[in-house]
Write a protein that binds this ligand. Structure first.
Ligand SMILES: [Zn+2]
Length: 316
């Protein structure tokens, strides 16, 4: 197959964090409190699905000083995200309803993280810290009680652990692995669409990796369950933190070894084979029927694009 050039590769959102997580600092509450109040410390303000941005003369600013956070709310959940150069970076968790109410304030712009990434509202190197904050806050909001004995748990380790005072169990934030894959056979790839997708969008198939399952097995099982297609060789491509709410997308390419599609209608509205030329047209938004692939903020874009550009070499 001849190479197809789609131009410069876009940024993969939420990945490649500039922060050093500095996990060894998490256990010292006093040191964390000093770091948090230092002039060099910056805070990302999130409440549930809402991210609070400051309006400035030049656009939108996602970071707040300690005094700005304190002026904003009495009740803030601090999360130690890590260090960047000389300064610490913290997440500042707000009650979601309160965060939403800040939409009424002229000096703020309150929106969801997906919109921030898709529309490029802040510099890309802020997205990993926002993803870290959002995913961690989501975990805390749903793990207030001990999964072992049911008692109320306490936050420790700068937000990276919850401790049970009753049975002494320690609970750690989790991330959920999702296999997301592009199966292809020769010059055609398999794309599907869920009913909730943006109209005309076709994307990779995807599903949660189950306990006791390898990534390769999850790729083969999901492709077979959703579209009836058998896969052979599976090759890892790249991964992406996906804080909606707490997933890790594990991108793969797979060799399809059958061609007859059987759609699982509970999962997919449609699934089809697309030629490489047609897929390229979808990526650059020039498909004759207006069909499109997901935006560059999603790893699916990068998985599909790699196959269009490199063909079967993605399995090497
Ligand atoms: Zn307990």
């Amino acid at each position: 197959m001849s190479p197809i050039d789609l131009g410069p590769k876009p940024h993969l959102a939420y990945a490649n964090s500039p922060l050093e997580r500095a996990a060894e600092r998490r256990g010292d509450d006093g040191a964390l409190a000093s770091l948090r109040q230092a002039g060099s410390c910056l805070h990302y303000v999130v409440g549930g699905e809402w991210v609070v941005l400051k309006k400035t003369g030049n656009g939108l600013d996602p970071v707040f000083s300690f005094s700005e956070v304190r002026a904003l709310a009495d009740e803030v959940q601090p999360l130690f995200l890590g260090l960047q150069g000389e300064g610490a970076r913290f997440g500042a968790g707000l009650d979601p309803k309160f965060a939403e109410s800040l939409k009424a304030r002229e000096e703020f712009f309150v929106t969801d993280l997906r919109s921030i990434a898709v529309q490029g509202l802040v510099a890309p190197d802020h997205l990993p810290a926002l993803a870290e904050t959002k995913a961690l806050l989501h975990w805390h909001a749903r793990h207030r009680f001990c999964a072992n004995c049911g008692a109320s748990t306490n936050i420790s380790q700068g937000g990276w652990r919850r401790d049970c005072p009753q049975c002494q169990a320690q609970h750690f934030p989790r991330t959920d692995p999702v296999a997301i894959m592009l199966a292809f056979d020769g010059d055609h790839c398999l794309l599907g669409r869920q009913a909730r997708f943006v109209p005309n969008t076709y994307s990779c198939l995807a599903g949660f990796v189950e306990p006791g399952e390898s990534i390769e097995e999850a790729v083969r099982r999901e492709t077979l369950e959703e579209a009836g297609i058998h896969c052979g060789r599976v090759r890892y491509f790249a991964s992406q933190p996906w804080p909606f709410p707490t997933s890790l997308m594990i991108g793969c390419h797979a060799q399809a070894i059958s061609r007859d599609i059987v759609i699982d209608r509970t999962e997919l509205e449609d699934a089809r084979w697309f030629s490489r030329e047609e897929t390229a047209a979808m990526i650059v938004r020039r498909h004759p029927q207006g069909l499109i692939t997901p935006p560059p903020s999603a790893i699916a874009h990068h998985i599909i694009r790699a196959w269009v550009e490199d063909g079967a070499r993605v399995l090497d």
